[in-house]
Design a protein around this ligand. Sequence first.
Ligand SMILES: [Fe+2]
Length: 562
Amino acid sequence: MARSILGISAFYHDSAACLVQEGRIIAAAQEERFKKHDPSFPRQAADYCLREGGISAGDLDLVAFYEKPFLKFDRILHSYLAYAPAGLRSFLMAIPLWIRERIWMKELIKKELRYEGKIIFPEHHESHAASAFFPSPFPEAAFLTVDGVGEWATTSFGVGRGNRIEMRGELKFPHSLGLLYSAFTYFTGFRVNSGEYKLMGLAPYGEPKHVDTILRELIDLKEDGSFRLNMKYFNYGVGLTMTSARFEDLFGGPPRQPESRLTQREMDLARSIQLVTEEILFRMARHVRQDTGLRNLCLAGGVALNCVANGRILREGLFENLWIQPAAGDAGGALGAALLGWHQYLDQARHVSGNKDSQRGSYLGPSFSQEEIRRFLEGQGAPFKELTEEEVPEQVADLIQAGKVIGWFQGRMEFGPRALGARSILGDARSPQMQEQMNLKIKFRESFRPFAPSVLRERASEYFEIDAESPYMLLVAPVAKAKRRELSAEEQKRFGIEKLLTIRSTIPQSQAARVERRGTEAFRDREVADHSLDYPGGNACGLFGAHPDRARGRSAGLLPDD
Ligand SMILES: [Fe+2]
């Protein structure tokens, strides 16, 4: 019987499970895909993974939990002691939960899974590092993991070689790039832990007015990317908010109320913290390059979802190759912990096959058969028509060209926050109205939020300033110069959200894009595109080159999910 390891990450906003059998990633899913943003034990995700592997919990050889609960509790206690008596309210809210269940994690896991075997607890950043390096295509690589906080570490770097990862350095709580970015997410009125993506999307409409203030007041940044935050401005140590009254004084008043109107202040703050984040990550990456001497870099941790910053690391040319874990946030910790169990704990060899990663396109979640879909539609009384595999791309191409918006559902669900063509919404990138139409009418979300273009790998450089694969929507590249439009004097003067209305390249939203490397003729002939934001400043959040695991001829175009 295949040796099986279940990875678990739990008790934060998106818990997850992952099954690895004989070193191969069999299944991975976030609990919230079954039950929205559920912080509890990933019961349904774990059951799904076991089902996919054709086993029950009793057949597992090992369970790997993504962090060390005792060490995390130690950090929380230390923080409260350091700030006492401040933070008493937050202390009284947090501690009973810890005493009741979290520090007894081993017993809890055994009970939840009905499992009696061995459980390992790697450190939080070890799990991130393992999720970055082990599925990567590299036999040897440097890794950099950056997030809010795990136990104590908030950033770590080191070397992955063969079936081992080795830590070489770390930054510790409360000095955290993830929490700094989340503080601005909170202050601009978005939800911490899930609104960071919106803050990044808002950045192009602002001016970098506050960069100097941030670097002078909030953060003491060193050449090697290490830093200390001035904790007088932050409240997350023990408080119930992210920022303090001093932070408000510095940036002109209280935080924006969620859902209230966005103003130029938020856009300027978004742009400023984005640039600071990019600078910090760039310095960190440069230090990692110097320290390890390696030419491949793997990234994970929530901050690695900042695809604009990743694009800059790639363009700076510090590393020859970059691989980013698609589930870079804590959900990916389940996957990292399981792989760490296989390679490091069970000491099993790692086989790397040239330039192909072992993430399997990140299509690691549940799928539904034609029969199940048919039964569902009939049960709902929904009108539907069945098409052959050959008819689908042709018809979808026609509909996209006619300005329609397509809901695209195929195969296994993506693992990670981006929709990569298995659960996506498609539209025509050439239509100037498409972005607003989709954001406001379809998804009821803010009009500024970008979509990602998809484009054939061999034609990516024609449309974007990039010559690398980006199958997981984790890199942003500028639109190619030849495709950009000369802006009129009036257009150049546009300010803030008005920039959204400016057509900046020869094809309005970005460039016509196609997905399949072996694309069907229907897509080839028409340059049917999905939609993307023509990023003011010439960027587009991009996804280039279909993953070979994608079903042939069935993709049209891709959008990031909420
Ligand atoms: Fe993390």
